[in-house]
Design a protein around this ligand. Sequence first.
Ligand SMILES: *Cc1c(COP(=O)(O)O)cnc(C)c1O
Length: 394
Amino acid sequence: MHRELLQWIEIDASALAANLALFRAVVPPSARLMLVIKANAYGHGLAEIVGLARSLPVDVLGVHALDEGVAARRSGWPGPIFVLGYVPAARLGDALLHDLDLTIVDLAMLTAAEEVGRAAGRPIRGHLELETGTHRQGMGPEEFALALQRISEGRGVALAGLSTHFANIEDTTDPSYARGQLAIFEALTAPVARAHPAVVRHTACSAAALNLPETSFDLVRVGIGAYGYWPSRETRVTFRARQSEGNLRPVLSWKARIGQVREIAAGAYVGYGCTERVSRATRMAVLPVGYADGFDRGLSRTGHVLVTGHRARVLGRVCMNIVMVDVTDAGPVAAEDVAVLLGTSGGEHLDASDLAAILQTIPYEILARLSPDIPRFVVDAEATSQEPDPAVLA
Ligand SMILES: *Cc1c(COP(=O)(O)O)cnc(C)c1O
C-alpha cells in the first residue's frame, strides 16, 4: 500500500460517520450539528473531511479563519459555513463573496462589517459573540446592547446568530462554572431569540454537547469528538456516568515506511547529543518522520511507534525528518515495512491521547500539528477490515 510514499495519513470514513451519529443521537433533535474543521480539520485534512461531511449528518461547517472557509467552499461544501475567529477588516468583503457567516467580536469589527455590507448593498451575516466568563474573544453586555441597536438600524450587517464559548467544561466533572456562563448567556439572549426566532444561538463544543444538553440551543459546534477523541478524561467519565452506551473511534491513522534496519552494538550511542546509549545489541529501524511532520521532539527516548504489532521505543532524539526506534523485540522487520505512528498494528494501539500524556498536552495539539504536507487518504476500515494490510500485520 502506498509503496511510493515515505509516510501518509489514513482517514477512516466509517469512524467519522459513527462519531457523528453518536452526537446526533445525544444532542436534542432541534439542534443543528456543526462540524468544526479548523486547523486543517484537526490535522485530518480539510478537503478530505469536507468531502466526507457532504454525505454525513452535518448541517454547518465551522472554521477559524476566513481562508479556511474559502477552502471549504472550494472543496464543494454547499451549506452554511461559520467563521469563528477574527477576520481582518481588509478581508471582510470575501465573506460576502464566498457566502460565509462571520463572528463579530466587538463594535469595531461591527463597524467595519457594516461599511462592507453597505457598500456591497447586501448585508454580511454576523454572529455576535458574547462574553460570559471565558475572557477570550467577545463583547460584554453594554457593547452587546449597542451592537443590537446598531444592527437594528440596518447598516449592513444582518443578525444571524448569538454565541459564547465555555471556559471550564473539559477539565472538570463539576459543571458549575459552565452553568453560570449559561445563565448569563440565556439572560442576555432570550429577549432577542423571542423577537427574532431565526437567530441561531450556539454555545456548545464537544464536551458541552456530550454532557450538558441544555447548552445545545439551536446548534452545537463539534470538533474533537467527531474525530474520535474525548475532550478530556473527565468528559468521558461524566458521559459514562450519564449514558450507558456510545463510544468514540479515532478517525486518523498515521503510517510511515521504514527506510533502513540496522544492528547496533551494545554500548553504541544513538542520534544527536549522544543522549541514548544502548545497553544491549540492538536492532534499530530508521523512520523518515520527524518533528517537522508533527512527531514532537519531546517524544525523544520516551515515545513509541508500532512495528509488526509490537511497541518500538524511540531511540535518542527525534530529528527534523528522521526518528530511530528499537525493533529488537519486534520479530522480523525489514526496510519498506510499515510502522504505525498513530493507529493499530496487530493487537497494539497508539493514539493521540497516548502521545499527549507523554508530552503533557492534549490530543487536540498532537492532531492539529500534523503537517498538512503529509498525504491523506480516505479509507473505510469497516469495509476493508476483511483484508488487513499484510505490510502492517506481518
Ligand atoms: C474549536 C472550537 C470548538 C470545537 O471544540 P471541540 O472541543 O473540539 O469540540 C467549538 N467552538 C469554538 C468557538 C471553537 O473555537
